[in-house]
Design a protein around this ligand. Structure first.
Ligand code: GAL
Length: 444
């Protein structure tokens, strides 16, 4: 299959994605309140070399140059997130006008440059004041979130039409409340189940709030997903892989589609029912305009007797001795094909958009050039698989590269570089990588 932009059709959306905490910096400037990430990074040994997002790419101060650079790379769709605690420093109540002003300037300049904004309303940076009240484990978070969403739609909705409610609820509920490796760093099964249910409620509620205020909006939400395969054909491994698939790929899409939680295969998950109140089943359902698919790799799963709750574990790419990225994730482009087919198979699934995909490699800047053939190959191979799915009838309408700039990669700090643009974090100098030049040319 010849890889050309035209093969994807003229309405296919090409873009790049970022997230507020990973690029903005200015963590306490102009009235911004702390988020759970601002407090989490201050704890010792939570983040690679105790890096923080305090400055990150300093995008808050450099957005003008960054948007011009984006424009020069022919990028016409930009997915970014709004920092909740920049808009509402305490999470609820008092509005910080400077926060609204920043996003107004960002949106206005984007539009002036012909770049369409796609806003993620929540990319993991819950206001710290709300975490003190229980964060995602407190059912009130649904209303706190709804009020914040309404402020964003009222402030930006005259110019912004494309919204994503949540970024990867599986990741922020599991990594943040069960494994404790992301903010807020909590570790309990009950916390995870409560957070998961409230995130699922907020996902539909947020979308309803947007639609009520802006009926013509294009509303979606995003899911992390990985194609799952059993390690062997032994029945135990197959069963373990099914459980992992349920957690990684099905937990949030199925209630959204009105199918309820897929709790039957994992006994512990049934405890989520404790948090479900009257009418919740209906409230979890919402007809989105699109679903954001975020895929990076596949997972191989085997039975593991001693792993609590699941009796399943991931067989690392490293141990399998396969090609990996700097995240130690297997390079496996077919994963995105399988995921697209899997989501398409749901009845009443709306159109799909790949809202994140990309790869981290240890890039180096030499004579003002970043030669990153592995990333270039990765993106090309992924696009081949997307095209394959599309030609087999999958309704996939867009692709956003993760990510525009090298940035703060959560617990991994600045070590993995995912950008199409290299950032020197000492000088903040930007250099378009070879993959970035290729992408610019491809989407021209
Ligand atoms: C996603 C996340 C992004 C980015 C990416 C690469 O899960 O939404 O913020 O970090 O992974 O790891």
């Amino acid at each position: 299959m010849l890889l050309t932009k035209e093969a994807f059709g003229k309405d296919f959306i090409w873009g790049v994605s970022t997230a507020a905490y990973q690029i903005e910096g200015a963590h306490n400037l102009d009235g911004k309140g702390p988020s759970v990430w601002d407090t989490f990074v201050q704890k010792r040994n939570k983040i690679f070399r105790n890096h923080t997002g305090n400055i990150a790419c300093d995008h808050y101060n450099r957005y003008i140059d960054d948007l011009h650079l984006m424009h020069s790379m022919n990028i016409r769709n930009y997915r970014f997130s709004v920092s909740w605690s920049r808009i509402l420093p305490e999470g609820t109540g008092r509005i910080n006008q400077s926060g609204i002003d920043f996003y107004n300037k960002l949106i206005d300049l984007s539009l002036e440059l012909g770049i369409t904004p796609w806003i993620t309303l929540y990319h993991w940076d819950l206001p710290h004041s709300l975490e003190i009240k229980g964060g995602w484990t407190n059912r009130d978070v649904k209303d706190w979130f709804g009020d914040y969403v309404a402020i964003c739609v009222k402030s930006f909705g005259d110019r912004v039409k494309n919204w994503m409610v949540l970024n990867e609820p599986t990741v922020f509920s599991a990594a943040g409340y069960f494994f404790g490796v992301h903010a807020p760093g909590r570790k309990s099964i009950e916390g995870f189940l409560a957070a998961a249910h409230h995130a699922a409620l907020a996902q539909a509620h947020g979308a309803r709030v947007i639609k009520a205020l802006q009926p013509e909006s294009n509303v979606g939400t995003t899911f992390s997903c990985s194609h799952v395969e059993p390690y062997t054909n032994r029945e135990k491994d197959i069963k373990a892989a099914k459980k992992a698939d349920l957690l990684l790929n099905r937990l949030f899409i199925e209630p959204l589609l009105g199918m309820g939680y897929p709790v039957n295969e994992i006994k512990t998950l049934r405890r989520i029912e404790k948090y479900i109140k009257q009418n919740d089943e209906q409230d979890l359902k919402f007809d989105m305009d699109f679903i954001g698919i975020q895929n990076y790799t596949r997972e191989i799963i085997r039975y593991a007797m001693f792993v609590p709750f699941l009796q399943a574990k991931i067989v690392n790419a490293k141990d399998r001795k396969v090609e990996m990225t700097a995240m130690e994730w297997e390079v496996y482009p077919e994963s995105i094909y399988h995921i697209l087919k899997k989501f398409q198979a749901y009845e009443n699934i709306p159109p799909l958009i790949i809202t994140e995909n990309g790869a981290a490699f240890s890039d180096t800047l030499q004579n003002n050039v970043v030669h990153d053939p592995k990333r270039l190959q990765y993106i090309q191979n992924i696009l081949q698989q997307v095209l394959r799915a599309k030609q087999e009838g999958v309704n996939v309408n867009g692709y956003f590269v993760w990510t525009f700039l090298d940035n703060f990669e959560w617990a991994e700090g600045y070590h993995p570089r995912f950008g199409l643009v290299h950032v020197d974090f000492q000088t903040q100098q930007r250099t378009v990588k070879a993959s970035g030049h290729w992408y610019a040319d491809f989407i021209k």
